[in-house]
Design a binder for this molecule. Structure first.
Ligand code: ATP
Ligand code: MG
Length: 265
């Protein structure tokens, strides 16, 4: 069986700061995997590095359907079927959502009539019809932006979908809707990697695997019981069980008296 996404010894850094520190992960086609990890552990960086954001210096290997991604341009990776649903979607004033999807579809060789039909059907499903003539993500509420991201993924039909905090900032009905959409997108041709902080979305969809990410690495993978362990004991429970030390806390801020005595007169 081909693996949708196979990541081996991935490193990503910005200047001297290493953020992803030798990450391995295997996502088979047809499966939905969730990554959970504390703030700053590198989850979004993982998505950016895979999609090809040039800010990061990346090494190691990441293969989509057996083909290396890391030596390809961003646009080539997209054409190979990689799509990223952003944690913070960019606003693009002046580019209508529908136009953007028609162009993106054309780039992928999808005929205009076919993409228009997909847009119509998915827009109804995600109540996005009113947004089709508005600029991409411009002046959308946080929840509307997230709904737009999953809507775009559903229209474009990726082979590997990286959904970064697609459930953050959503009201409870929207969480259910997004969870159902992820389940509906499930097919033997797609692998979905979903990043989340909340086990509430896991009430509505069952990932095949949950990965815990700490300090730039996947330290543990398992089933629903991992989400329960996190819910009960937080990341410290995982650290304790695996004998991983907590990263050093930031230096405590100096007291005001230190501030004055530190001034070199
Ligand atoms: N462009 C950048 N410049 C400097 N530091 C960066 C940059 N991008 C990421 N980092 C740092 O890398 C670390 C990981 O960030 P990242 O956004 O990947 O975390 P995350 O796991 O997605 O966190 P969150 O759960 O808060 O979204 C953080 O300490 C962040 O400040
Ligand atoms: Mg993030």
């Amino acid at each position: 069986m081909t693996i949708a996404l196979k990541i081996e010894d991935l490193h990503a850094s910005i200047g001297a700061i290493e953020i992803i520190k030798g990450l391995d992960l295997e996502l088979p086609f047809g499966e939905v995997h969730a990554i959970m990890g504390p703030n700053g552990s590198g989850k979004s960086t993982l998505c950016h590095a895979l999609t090809g954001n040039p800010v990061y210096e990346v090494s190691g290997s990441a293969k989509l359907g057996g083909k290396e991604l890391l030596d390809k341009e961003i646009s080539e990776r997209a054409l190979m079927g990689l799509i990223q649903g952003f944690q913070y979607p960019t606003e693009v004033p002046g580019v209508r959502l529908a136009e953007f999807l028609i162009e993106a579809g054309a780039e992928r060789g999808i005929e205009r009539s076919a993409i228009e039909e997909r847009i119509r059907v998915e827009a109804e499903r995600f109540t996005m019809t009113d947004f089709l003539d508005r600029s991409l993500n411009d002046d959308l509420s946080g929840g509307e932006k997230k709904r737009s991201e999953i809507f775009q993924a559903a229209v474009l039909g990726p082979r590997v979908a990286l959904l970064d905090e697609i459930d953050s900032g959503l009201d409870i009905d929207a969480v259910k809707q997004v969870a159902e959409a992820v389940e509906e997108m499930r097919s033997p041709e797609i692998g979905t990697l979903m990043i989340t902080h909340y086990s509430r979305i896991l009430r509505y969809l069952t990932p095949d695997r949950i990965h815990v990410m700490l300090d730039g690495r996947i330290v543990e993978s398992g089933g629903a019981e991992l989400a329960e362990e996190l819910e009960d004991g937080g990341y410290d429970a995982i650290r304790d069980r695996l004998g991983i030390e907590k990263p050093a806390e930031e230096e405590a801020p100096k007291k005001p008296s230190d501030f004055f005595t530190d001034i070199p007169f």
